[in-house]
Design a protein around this ligand. Structure first.
Ligand SMILES: [Zn+2]
Ligand SMILES: [Zn+2]
Length: 206
């Protein structure tokens, strides 16, 4: 049975999600954020066995402990192809502006729009949703959607940063609108929601 655990990480309070199989304890880690030590100890406390690290996009608040987590668990990092220059460049990933410049090594797995990633215990589909950043992706599991900073409960991601585009995020939201309303939404910050609720109440989706 698929389960999801949220660990709020770092000064900017990123939601790090651990998606795992309750039977085998196999897991994927999404957006570890700043607090690598907290995340590794939570995972080990629960006896989970991470197999992959995934970034929803390259902003620094989501990626700060990427290399630490990769090394600690010896697992591959997966991110959208467009993430490569963003992860590498402290200007592009905005870390330089917050006083702790970070440069993340190239992802081991490059993801593309509509790609289905199959693991022995689950699978998920990658939906490229540029707008907040060029490399933003949402991850569609059976009954939930990881939305990164593209869609929040009651709001959408900002598009005023370096490579953001309001026109693009509105187009990307059109893709999300086609999905099943019964999906639970897990955003990169703050509360979770359902797509049904957002379709009715979020002014950007109505
Ligand atoms: Zn962001
Ligand atoms: Zn963020």
């Amino acid at each position: 049975m698929l389960k999801i655990k949220t660990i709020v990480s770092g000064q900017i309070q990123v939601n790090c999600y651990i998606v795992y199989d309750a039977d085998t304890k196999a897991a994927v880690i999404i957006d570890p954020g700043e607090e690598g030590d907290k995340i590794t100890s939570e995972i080990e406390k629960d006896g989970l066995k991470p197999e992959m690290l995934i970034n929803t996009h390259g902003h620094f608040d989501h990626i700060l402990s990427d290399d630490q987590i990769r090394k600690h668990f010896n697992i591959p990092l997966a991110a959208h192809t467009e993430s490569v220059p963003i992860l590498l460049d402290p200007q592009k990933n905005a870390s330089v502006f917050f006083g702790f410049p970070v440069s993340i090594k190239k992802p081991d797995i490059l993801l593309a729009d509509n790609q289905v990633v199959e693991l022995p215990w689950t699978k998920f589909k990658v939906i490229h949703t540029p707008g907040h950043t060029k490399d933003s992706i949402c991850l569609l599991f059976d009954d939930f959607l990881i939305t990164g900073d593209t869609l929040f409960a009651g709001d959408i991601g900002r598009t005023d940063l370096a490579d953001g585009s309001y026109g693009q995020i509105i187009q990307s939201l059109q893709k999300i609108k086609q999905l099943s309303p019964s999906l639970t939404i897990y955003p990169g910050h703050e509360e979770s929601s359902t797509l049904d609720f957002e379709l009715k109440n979020n002014k950007y989706l109505r």
